[in-house]
Design a binder for this molecule. Structure first.
Ligand SMILES: *Cc1c(COP(=O)(O)O)cnc(C)c1O
Length: 402
């Protein structure tokens, strides 16, 4: 007998509700720097200080970025890039990305998610292997599944584990794919070791730098440059525009041969409408800020804020994960405790997301606190004071997987 979809959906919903795994969206009515007017779960509007966005440099509201967006104003992309959607703004942005990343070619995508699907599907197929860090972003996992290759996952940050898995699959082509900065942990992949492994195992190293681009390395050029690597060791990398660059979209950057292959074959780029030119112009403006003296000042300010938060947390005995980036997770363990903590912070005026499985491993629920160059000292101190009031913050109960 055919399975009934409606029964299955109802059962899954009941299980989610029982396990406190139902997710809700919060509507943000207005933004003013890190202050957001938000509609609460109770329907009431209140102003909260945002400690969960990925706008690490505050560029989503930067006057030059907004001016570029308005100057290029156009509602749509009109067609795919290969038909007639590739505008001057897109071409300018691709060239600016190449100059910034010191790589020969760049190709735009509507999102980082689409780019990761596209890259792995374009490079790999049956008989090939994709070896990935266990904590990689969902889009990399999905890309390998879509490609139809063998997907192997190694323990978090373990270059030797990557080498073993590549060694166990000596036939067929191989891609070693990793997040550069892990989105839920904030730590940085051992890129130099992984590059050495990729070299000895004859695998292509693909680095997803969604959270490093704009904030790490010289000129905010990202994790690859910060590790002293270039296109020779990392022939393809992903930069996304939705995090530190304050916009939306992504680019895959790398060698001429690989990027040309993506242009010709990447289904998630070919069969979709180009991003609006205004969005490309806004991202180019954000890139200009990132590479300027102001960009250096914003990164320095972000580092000061990270240091202030971490030292304050250490004084309070908060068990933060060992992260040097803007992502500063506070492990809580149980889903219910993480939710309670997030709600307690909201009642004090702070917006911090509770991240629960399956986004993180079972027993690994946490607050994902993110810092921005736009936070003021007293706002960070206020968040620390609110955390100190919340008993859940000080008594983590990790069960597994941390
Ligand atoms: C956010 C993110 C993506 C997806 O990028 P979008 O542009 O938001 O689709 C991919 N990889 C990592 C590591 C991310 O954090």
């Amino acid at each position: 007998m055919r399975a009934r979809l409606s029964d299955r959906i109802a059962a899954q919903r009941a299980r989610r509700e029982q396990n406190q795994r139902t997710r809700v969206r919060r509507t943000c009515l207005r933004r003013d720097g890190v202050r957001c007017e938000v509609v609460g779960v109770d329907g009431a509007r209140r102003w909260l200080l945002n400690f969960c966005s990925n706008d690490y440099l505050g560029l989503s509201q930067h006057p030059q970025v907004l001016a570029a967006l308005h100057a290029a104003a156009s509602a749509g992309g009109t067609a795919s890039h290969l038909v007639c959607g590739h505008a001057a703004e897109h071409a300018v942005l691709e060239q600016a990305l190449c100059d910034w990343q010191q790589a020969p070619r760049a190709l735009l995508f509507s999102s980082g998610y689409a780019a990761n699907l596209a890259v792995l599907q374009a490079l790999l197929g049956q008989g090939d292997v994709c070896v990935q860090d266990r904590r990689n972003h969902a889009s990399l996992i999905d890309g390998a599944r879509l490609a139809g290759c063998t997907l192997k996952r190694y323990p978090h940050g373990d270059a030797d584990g990557a080498a073993r898995q590549l060694g166990a699959h000596p036939h067929g082509a191989a891609v070693l794919a990793t997040d550069a900065v892990f989105s839920m942990d904030g730590d940085i992949a051992p890129l130099r070791e992984l590059a050495a492994v990729a070299c000895t195992q004859d695998a292509l190293l693909y680095v997803d730098d969604a959270h490093g681009a704009g904030v790490l390395g010289p000129d905010g050029c990202g994790s690859v440059a910060a590790a002293g690597l270039g296109v020779d060791q990392v022939p393809l990398r992903l930069v996304t525009f939705g995090k530190a660059l304050g916009g939306v979209g992504a680019a895959v950057i790398g060698t001429d041969a690989l990027v040309e292959h993506l242009l010709q074959t990447a289904r998630a780029a070919i069969y979709t409408t180009a991003m609006p030119p205004a969005q490309a112009a806004a991202t180019a403006a954000a890139l200009a800020v990132v590479q300027s003296a102001e960009g250096d000042a914003l990164r320095a300010r972000l580092q000061e804020n990270i240091a202030r938060f971490r030292s304050g947390a250490a004084r309070l005995g908060l068990p933060l994960l060992p992260s040097v980036t803007a992502i500063q997770p506070l492990p809580v363990g149980e889903d219910g405790a993480a939710l309670a903590l997030s709600r307690a912070l909201e009642s004090c005026g702070y917006w911090v997301g509770a991240i629960r499985p399956p986004t993180v491993p079972e027993g690994g629920a946490r607050l994902r606190i993110t810092l921005s160059a736009s936070h003021a000292d007293d706002q960070i101190d206020g968040l620390l004071a609110a955390l100190a009031q919340a008993p859940e913050a000080l008594t983590p109960r990790p069960r597994t997987g941390i």
